[in-house]
Design a binder for this molecule. Structure first.
Ligand SMILES: Cc1cc2nc3c(=O)[nH]c(=O)nc-3n(C[C@H](O)[C@H](O)[C@H](O)COP(=O)(O)O)c2cc1C
Length: 359
């Protein structure tokens, strides 16, 4: 039986074998920004488990753009080589998975410890570092006050994204995603809550999108051979913040510069409650998909194969991204095929396990 979840999709010059993507999820397990065995095992497991694509976690374009000192980075040659080795290892065994990289900068949410340890921002003595943002406003009392970015800071970050994109291509990533969501640097420029600048990068919608758009254009140009996606927070969940109308407007502009997919998330800008339930962000994805006429992916409490198929079949998104469901179960995709009655290829080594869970 054919199902949308397992039908291929072509984006740019790439065909993905199915529409189940692993959502980017920080592992906070690196030192000096370098991929290690943990990352290789972690991403390879989901590739073996049948996802169409893995998106490697938020990876910093420059050292101070890390959320924690344990984040991945792609600002130097050593990091690039380590990524290359990881990609080659995974593809040697699973040759039909696509591997993307989420390029990121933490902005005012940087210089923290791993989430399972200390909540407060790290001091320099503890390995912390200076943080920057469009305006000098702290996330909350557990975070440091960022430095308001001057023109030379912006130029530095811009060049860092270009350098990171070049390195990502050298490493062999199939596609890129620019992180403009969850209250990190580029989202901080977009939202009027965090962007209080008086210059041409603050104020009106056109001014607030300027720096993120400059970066998207530069990454697009640098990575001309591969698809480039952008993850946004469709809404801030705050009155007077970034909202769905601005997201649609921004998506239309991103489409013009040949961004091929909007990965639709929400929130993360400030410490506010979110109304999160199963598939709670799919409605935002549908609005952006319909109104901006662009490919979208939906993410957020997608846990069940029928639910995932419904999101695609009802036109709410072209792709589903799974986060925690794939942490809990690396084999989610192959098991979803069993549940939906779709015959997919399993790794030869595991083929005898096909159908074993059906009865
Ligand atoms: C451990 C963990 C780390 C995450 N790190 C990232 C990240 O690096 N980049 C990002 O855009 N979202 C990140 N997220 C958000 C997920 O990608 C996803 O959007 C969110 O968890 C909702 O999807 P889910 O309900 O399927 O988990 C993270 C989530 C978790 C649970």
């Amino acid at each position: 039986m054919s199902k949308l979840l397992f039908s291929p999709i072509k984006i740019g010059n790439i065909e993905f074998k199915n529409r189940i993507f692993m959502s980017p999820m920080c592992q906070y397990s690196a030192s000096d920004g370098l991929v290690n065995d943990w990352h290789t095992i972690h991403y390879a497991s989901r590739a073996v488990g049948g996802v169409g694509a893995v998106i490697v976690e938020a990876t910093a374009a420059e050292p101070n753009g890390r959320i924690t000192p344990f984040d991945l980075g792609i600002y130097n040659a050593e990091q690039t080589d380590a990524f290359k080795e990881m990609i080659e290892t995974i593809k040697k065994h699973v040759n039909d998975v696509k591997i993307g990289l989420q390029l990121a900068h933490a902005g005012r949410k940087g210089s923290k410890d791993v989430p399972w340890k200390k909540e407060k921002a790290l001091s320099k003595a503890e390995g912390g570092y200076d943080i920057i943002a469009p305006s000098a406003i702290a996330f909350n009392e557990l975070y440091a006050v960022p430095k308001e970015m001057k023109k030379d800071d912006m130029e530095y970050v811009f060049n860092s994204f270009v350098n990171a994109a070049k390195n990502a291509l050298k490493a062999g990533f199939d596609f890129l995603e620019i992180h403009m969501a969850h209250g990190y640097l580029l989202h901080e420029f977009l939202s009027p809550i965090t962007n209080k600048r008086q210059d041409e990068y603050g104020g009106s919608f056109e001014n607030r999108i300027k720096f993120p758009l400059d970066i998207a254009e530069a990454v697009r140009k640098t990575a001309s051979d591969v698809p480039v996606f952008v993850r946004i927070s469709a809404i801030d969940w705050i009155e007077g913040g970034w909202d769905i109308a601005q997201s649609v407007k921004f998506a239309k502009i991103l489409k013009e510069i040949v961004i091929q997919l909007i990965d639709v998330s929400s929130g993360g800008l400030a410490d506010v409650p979110i109304n999160a339930d199963y598939g709670f962000q799919s409605k935002f994805s549908k609005i952006i998909k319909d109104e901006a006429e662009i490919n979208t992916s939906s993410v957020g409490l997608i846990v069940n194969p029928y639910q995932a198929e419904h999101i695609l079949a009802s036109g709410q998104a072209n792709i589903v991204m799974l986060g925690r469901a794939l942490l809990a179960n690396p084999y989610w995709a192959v098991q979803a095929a069993e549940v939906l009655g779709v015959d997919i290829e399993w790794p030869n080594q595991y083929a005898r396990a096909k159908n074993i869970l059906r009865n």
